[in-house]
Structures are given as structure tokens and as C-alpha cells.
Design a protein around this ligand. Structure first.
Ligand code: PHE
Ligand code: NA
Length: 435
């Protein structure tokens, strides 16, 4: 349950629709699904397995498991990069999650009633233009994250997720139901599920791969850290399949809810990070009971983001705990540092929106700090971390040891995939993006 809470978040409802829109739809969705199946799930099994075997923070776990295999503790580098990626993600994730709170307020006031695409766009633009507002909500969200993290994540969290997920599903279904009445549902189906490979670039494929890791909370220590809490008798394969399937379902439902509205109101699929915040108020503003559903939706989105952000802080907090820092100090210190870095994301949405510090590289032209954090984590650090993880479990760790964790049934298939399919897949995608 906690792993589901980590996986399902802004990645599904905010990021998936907007990157699908930016990368041309169907072909991108297909590549993303293939990446989830062939690379994401095997890596999730690997990380949960390593976490349970090591029983420590991801950094501690990688060092300990490598040492137990008679190999260098340098493999702890995988844990270090993962912890760093999670930290960077947390810094901007908190800013985006913060957006849900003014939307809750506005929805509760009935502010979406009858709103059109222009009004909704102006509302979102107004929020981004205000560093003060963004900073306030970023601060509140980081505070909420630290609060749970400082208290130890085991309790409350699982109970929260067990009602949160069904509620989120129901609400997304209601939104999809509304989307069916817009007259543009068929167009959205075609956009999402009819692959047009001419729109697929090497970079789109890298984005799809990166998103498979991001959305499943991989290569960020989250799954490895939660794996350390997993009981011996729980099936790692079954847990990983369940998490991945639920995660994919939420993302696809979000896409089905959003794109019909996009097409019905002449909005741009490639609009970018504001896509759902511009689109959904229009939908809520037109459906009966929209104010109520909108409030509920943004509350649920806030909770979904919260159960994800808690897992982002976990690797760092556990690592600091192992170094003798108390849990509360570790959570507050980690959260404070991520909050500080998050301020640069706040500013890159307004005052620094023209500041593209890496513009000398073609790939980063026009990319703000926020864009860079996102690119660096999802498209570079996560694929690299997953590649090293696959090499570790496929070529360094003795197969008897992984078999002892994974059970015989799935082990042979998993082993073949992590040895060959995953590393070759990541390397090929990297290669075509570099050259
Ligand atoms: N999987 C989360 C989401 O989709 C994001 C996340 C990334 C969580 C990395 C933890 C670690 O929103
Ligand atoms: Na996700």
C-alpha cells in the first residue's frame, strides 16, 4: 500500500497527460507502456528485492548487499545517486503539489462555475506569476511532508492510501464519464491509442523511458527504502505487478479525462505543465455538482502527491538516521534543504522564466532551472541508476541470492530480462539521444 502511495501521484495525473501531449500522443504512450513492462517492472522487482535483502537506507543497502556478494562497497554509488535524484525531484514536486491548494480553495468557493478556457488559463497564469503565492503553498506542502516523515512513515500512511486510491479511481471515472459527453471522446481515444510513429523522436523515447521510472518511483531510492520494510513472506513479483498496473490505470484514466476536454475547448495538447490545471476547471465548471467534485479532486490529488513526496524524503532520512542523526532532525533538515532548492523552481516559473543556465547545450536551450531539474532526474539520473541496478542484479549478484528473494516462479524470466533486455534497452535509448 505504501508503495502504491509512492507510485501514484503527480506523475500520473499531472505529468503523464502533459508529456503525452507534448510528445504527440499514441506512439509515445505505446513506448511508455513497453518501458513500464520490459524495464520498469523488472527494475521495481530488483529494487524491492535489494531493499528487503539489505534492510537499510538505499545507500546502506547497496553497500551492504555488494559487500555480502564479496564486491566493492562502491556500489553504494547507486544509492547515492538515487537519494540525490529523489531530493531534486522533491524540491520541484513540492512546488507543483502546492498548486493543488489554491485550486482547492477556488473550487470550494465555486470559482470554476461556467469558466471557459480563457478564464481558466488566466487563473493559472495568475498563480504562476505570483512568486509569493507559489512560495507559500510550496512551504505548506513541504511542511506536510516533513511532518509525516519526522513521525516515521509506517503507520497512518497505509491506512490513508487504502481509502485514497479507491476514491481517486472513482473521481477519475466520474471525470471520464463527463469527458464522454463532450463529443470529443473518440478524438482523444485516437490521440492516446493510435500510434503515429512519425511524431516519435529519439528524445520522446527517452522521455517515455524516464517517465516509466519517475511514475513508478524507481531509481530514486523510494522503492528500495520501502522494500526494507517488506515482510519476508510477501511476493515481490506480485507486489510489483500490482503497483505498476494501478499506476498505469490511474495515468490512462487521467489521459482519458483530460484530452476530450482539451479537444472540445480548443486547448493545446502540448500546452505543457499547466495542462491539467487549465483543462480540468473547465470540465468541472460545466458538470452538475462540479464545485463539489472539483474540491474533492484537488484534495485527493494533494493527498496522492503527499504520499509520494513522503517516499522521496525517505532514502535521505534513513541514511541520516544510520549516520546517527535523529529522525526528526533528519526529516526537518532534508525537507528544509529541498525547500530551499525548491525556491529556484518557484522563481523559474516567473522572475527567472528567461533564465536558461545551460543554454550553451542545444538540448537545454530555453530550459529553465525547473526544466533542468526535471530533465536531469527523469532523463539522465534515473535511466543511469536503473542501468547500474540492472547490471548489479544481473551480473554482479549471485542468482541464487536473488532467487532466494524472488521465488522460483518468476526468477528465471526476471533474470533474463535484467541481464539483457533492460541494460540493452537503456543503452540503446541513451545512444540515440547522444549521437
Ligand atoms: N512516482 C511518483 C509520481 O508518479 C513520483 C516519485 C518519483 C515518487 C520518485 C518517489 C520517487 O508522482
Ligand atoms: Na506514478
Amino acid at each position: 500500500m505504501a508503495a502504491v502511495g509512492s507510485a501514484v501521484g503527480l506523475g500520473n495525473i499531472w505529468k503523464f497527460p502533459y508529456i503525452t501531449g507534448q510528445n504527440g500522443g499514441g506512439a509515445f504512450v505505446l513506448v511508455y507502456l513497453i518501458c513500464i513492462a520490459l524495464i520498469g517492472i523488472p527494475i521495481m522487482m530488483s529494487e524491492v528485492m535489494l531493499g528487503r535483502r539489505g534492510g537499510k537506507s538505499p545507500i546502506g543497502t547497496m553497500g551492504a548487499v555488494a559487500a555480502a556478494e564479496g564486491r566493492s562497497r562502491g556500489w553504494a554509488g547507486i544509492g547515492i545517486m538515487a537519494t540525490l535524484a529523489a531530493f531534486l525531484i522533491l524540491s520541484f514536486y513540492s512546488v507543483i503539489a502546492g498548486w493543488t491548494m489554491p485550486y482547492i480553495v477556488e473550487a470550494a468557493k465555486g470559482g470554476f462555475a461556467g469558466i471557459g478556457a480563457d478564464g481558466s488559463g488566466a487563473m493559472f497564469g495568475g498563480l504562476l506569476a505570483s512568486p509569493g503565492q507559489l512560495l507559500l503553498w510550496h512551504t505548506v506542502f513541504m511542511g506536510l511532508t516533513v511532518l509525516v516523515s519526522a513521525g516515521g512513515v509506517k503507520h497512518g500512511l497505509e491506512r490513508a492510501v487504502s481509502w485514497l486510491m479507491p476514491a481517486l479511481f472513482v473521481l477519475l471515472l466520474i471525470l471520464v464519464g463527463y469527458a464522454m459527453t463532450t463529443g470529443h471522446f473518440g478524438e482523444a481515444l485516437v490521440f492516446l491509442f493510435r500510434p503515429d510513429f512519425s511524431s516519435l523522436t529519439a528524445e520522446s523515447i527517452l522521455v517515455a523511458l524516464g517517465h516509466a521510472f519517475f511514475t513508478l518511483s524507481l531509481a530514486s531510492g523510494a522503492m528500495m527504502a520501502y522494500g526494507a520494510y517488506l515482510k519476508k513472506d510477501v511476493s515481490i513479483a506480485r507486489t510489483s505487478f500490482t503497483v505498476a498496473i494501478m499506476d498505469v490505470c490511474v495515468a490512462l484514466l487521467a489521459g482519458l479525462a483530460i484530452f476530450p476536454v482539451v479537444f472540445a475547448h480548443g486547448l493545446q495538447p502540448g500546452e505543457g505543465p499547466g495542462l491539467i490545471f487549465v483543462t480540468l476547471p473547465v470540465a468541472f465548471g460545466q458538470m452538475p455538482g462540479g464545485g463539489f467534485f472539483a474540491t474533492l479532486f484537488f484534495v485527493l490529488l494533494l493527498f496522492a502527491a503527499w504520499t509520494s513526496s513522503i517516499s522521496m524524503l525517505e532514502s535521505l532520512v534513513r541514511f541520516l538516521e544510520e549516520k546517527g542523526v535523529g529522525r526528526v532532525k533528519a526529516a526537518v533538515g532534508g525537507g528544509l534543504a529541498a525547500w530551499l532548492v525548491g525556491i529556484t523552481t518557484v522563481l523559474s516559473l516567473n522572475l527567472w522564466s528567461d533564465f536558461a543556465p545551460l543554454a550553451m547545450f542545444e538540448r537545454f536551450e530555453g530550459k529553465t532551472l525547473f526544466d533542468i531539474y526535471d530533465y536531469l532526474t527523469a532523463n539522465i539520473m534515473m535511466p543511469l541508476g536503473a542501468l547500474l541496478t540492472a547490471i548489479f542484479v544481473g551480473w554482479v549478484m549471485k542468482p541464487e541470492h536473488s532467487a532466494a528473494e524472488l521465488g522460483g516462479q518468476w526468477h528465471a524470466l526476471w533474470y533474463a530480462v535484467v541481464r539483457y533486455v533492460t541494460p540493452i534497452g537503456v543503452l540503446v535509448i541513451f545512444y540515440f539521444n547522444l549521437f
